[in-house]
Write a protein of this length. Structure first.
Ligand code: ADP
Ligand code: MG
Length: 692
């Protein structure tokens, strides 16, 4: 297969544009895409026409404005290209059709920014992310705003946050005599997922309705042998991965690495990084295509953060950096970071931003599903901290503590096998436990959930770093001795925010008390994390950087809370129904059979032992009875959930979730005691080892 020909064949990319647009129009569009110049609407008709001709040649009959409402999914409404012409039709896409759309906005979450009767919403073309043809439809990436101008999506604020960072970074670079046209953040998203067989999936109501198992006793074999990570791929899995890679390449997505992850049935895909906006769209498309391609192979791709208790959950690593249009990576420390004042100032700004706004960074990845990872015993803990590694860690320690820094150089190492090459050993080891780790020339934010949109944390990251840059510019502009002022300001930031740096094991038992001593936030669940958005200083940073209005911040916090409450409510109702309608009767069925065995043994002879049958029947009867009590409590508490989202969220986190856990503990206990032929659902072993 010719991968270079396949790559991007479904994308209206630069090459296609160049070949199909008049030179003048192409140049104007390029200025918008590359430099963020305002879109010249007079070119829209020509672009629309070229796009339509290209799409029709690819077999498209429809087009859609593709947008990202405040769910984690994308939305689309298809219109055909047909336009009546006498009793025939022509295929048409007008400039206006390309630039704006007007979907009914009333049924998308708005967090109270709009009354349901005020339904008008607009989608507007985002020329910075390429259009593509998929399944006979031309997809046009768009932003989504309400009639009154409030943003109703994740793309508009993301683009605004990128503009804020661009503006502030250019001001900062100017102080160092660097002029550039554009500074953009780049993102590479490592995506984890589970693959299970469609047949077992369909028999699990909880997986179908909630994306995770609400019941399931631990399998006899979990991930303890550590043999799945990077293990050889099973044929069915590798066929799926190959098909997925080819599909993603055809849409211009840089799918690069793939491997088995730690848990059985868990895998990972990582693309090559790109501009944040494009990376976010690509990740949305990747998640959708993972599910579709899996289906073709009789598999189901689970993107939930915690489909299975007792084995690892799935996350997403957000590798994040900042580069100029000339290719200068602002987070590249170079050989001697200690004598690179620009790098040290930028590093200090990022550290200061992450410390000052740790609450909203944590809240940006909060969801009912991600609560199973953060704050539980896996993934990075719910506490935000920054890992710098040995070299930068030592430099920052020296500055913050006023000590001299003794350079620690990379040394060529031999691994002791004569035929193996000698290569320089990295100056920084990896730290897998840190939520925000410096990894060479980028930061890796590891708290993201696997199914969440990567837009949310990037909006926060870009905004808070833009704020830190703007404060640095204000402090340093007009300084008489810039070099000295810069060094002093860097030192001040590092001293003030030193508490956020933690270079050790984030999973260790000492970290929580230590973090508390340092005054760092430890927000273990969504109900506790989301209110961070409502703090005055946090609202202000969004407003100051032009990313959200106050009303928009409040709306988004409301939506996160409402989504959390609704998710737990669905899970609670599903758990109660499964327990009542399937598990309770199934266990009774088995008890009935045990009792029949006892009765028939007794009828035949007093000598036939039936002690084990008796003990088991008694035990199961008691547990089943107790489970129904727990189900009733769960149902009661669900029925009495408060109306107001903030209060309801607390009720869900602290009453309903424990209720569900109580039902589950009893059900899982009974699963281990019940004959497998009676159990109503596929077990963990059936699920985790379903792909042969
Ligand atoms: P690993 O962390 O496993 O060593 P890499 O360092 O190659 O892997 O990168 C992991 C991810 O980080 C990949 O998705 C990669 O594209 C992304 N990445 C690398 N450089 C950058 C950068 N400058 N900006 C954003 N992401 C990056
Ligand atoms: Mg990683």
């Amino acid at each position: 297969m010719d991968v270079t020909a396949l790559f991007g064949c479904n994308v209206f990319n630069d090459e296609v544009m160049k070949n199909s647009l008049p030179a003048e129009i192409y140049r104007s569009l390029k200025r918008t895409v590359d430099e963020g110049a305002p879109l010249d609407s007079s070119i829209a008709s020509a672009v629309a026409n070229a796009m339509k001709d290209w799409a029709v040649k690819k077999g498209a009959t429809h087009y859609t404005h593709w947008f990202q409402p405040l769910t984690n999914l994308t939305a689309e409404k298809h219109d055909s290209f047909i336009e009546p012409s006498g009793d025939k039709v022509i295929m048409q896409l007008t400039g206006k059709n390309l630039i704006v759309g007007e979907p009914d906005a009333s049924s998308f979450p708005s967090g109270g920014t709009r009354a349901t009767s005020a339904a008008r919403g607009y989608t507007a073309w985002d020329p910075t992310s390429p259009a593509f043809v998929k399944e006979g439809t031309l997809y046009i990436p768009t932003i989504f705003v309400s009639h009154t101008g409030e943003t109703l999506d994740k793309k508009a604020p993301l683009l605004k946050s990128m503009t804020a960072l661009d503006t502030q970074a250019k001001r900062l670079l100017r102080l160092f005599g660097i002029e550039c046209r554009k500074v953009a953040t780049t993102v590479g998203t490592e995506q984890e997922y589970f693959l299970i067989d469609e047949k077992v999936y369909e028999r699990r109501k909880d997986l179908v309705l909630t994306g995770r198992t609400l019941f399931g006793a631990p399998p006899t074999r979990g991930q303890e042998l550590e043999d799945h990570y990077f293990g050889a791929l099973k044929t069915r899995v590798s066929d799926f991965m190959r098909d997925l890679d080819e599909t993603l390449w055809s849409y211009g997505i840089f799918a690069k690495s793939k491997h088995n992850e730690v848990a059985p049935a868990q895998h990972e895909l990582a693309p090559v990084f790109t501009t944040t906006n494009v990376a976010v769209d690509a990740n949305q498309l990747t998640m959708e295509l993972m599910k579709k391609v899996a289906k073709k192979h009789g598999l189901v791709c689970l993107l939930h953060e915690k489909p299975f208790e007792g084995v690892n959950g799935s996350g997403k690593h957000n590798n994040w950096s900042i580069s100029t249009d000339a290719g200068l990576n602002l987070l590249d420390p170079g050989e001697n970071p200690e004598s690179n004042p620009r790098f040290m100032l930028i590093l200090a700004c990022v550290i200061a931003a992450v410390d000052t706004y740790q609450g909203i960074l944590r809240a940006s990845v909060a969801s009912a599903a991600n609560d199973h990872r953060l704050g539980a015993d896996e993934a990075p803990p719910a506490i935000i901290s920054v890992y710098l590694g040995d070299q930068l860690g030592a430099i920052v320690d020296a500055i913050a503590c006023g000590r001299a820094y003794i350079p620690h150089k990379a040394v060529p190492g031999s691994i002791g096998v004569p035929s193996s090459p000698i290569f320089p050993i990295d100056t920084t080891d990896r730290n897998r436990t840190s939520p925000f780790a410096f990894t060479g020339n980028k930061f890796e934010f590891r708290m993201l959930g696997s199914q969440a949109s990567v837009a949310d944390p990037n909006i926060v990251l870009n905004t808070i770093v833009a704020q830190a840059f703007s404060e640095a510019v204000e402090a340093l502009s007009g300084a008489e001795n810039f070099g000295l002022a810069c060094r002093e300001y860097t030192e001040k930031l590092l001293k003030e925010h030193y508490r956020i740096i933690f270079n050790y094991n984030g999973y260790g038992p000492d970290w929580e008390p230590e973090a508390e001593r340092r005054g760092l936030l430890n927000l273990k669940n969504t109900a506790d994390a989301v209110p961070q958005f409502l703090k005055r200083e946090n609202i202000e940073v969004f407003v100051k950087q032009g990313v959200y209005t106050e009303k928009e911040v409040v709306a988004r916090a409301n939506i996160s809370m409402e989504t959390y409450v609704k998710t737990i409510n669905i899970e609670g109702l599903t758990a109660a129904e499964m327990a009542r309608q399937d598990i309770y009767p199934a266990v009774n069925g088995y008890i009935h059979s045990l009792c029949s065995v006892i009765a028939s043994k007794r009828a035949v002879s007093e000598k036939l032992a039936c002690n084990a049958d008796m003990v088991l029947a008694e035990k199961l009867s008691a547990m089943n009875e107790k489970m129904m009590g727990a189900v009733e409590k769960l149902e009661e508490d669900l029925a009495h959930a408060p109306m107001e989202a903030l209060v309801a969220a607390q009720h869900m986190a602290h009453t309903v979730v424990p209720d569900m856990n109580a039902v589950r503990a009893l059900a899982d206990g009974m699963e281990k005691l019940t004959a497998s032929s009676y159990w109503p659902y596929p077990t963990y072993t059936d699920l985790l080892y379903s792909v042969k």
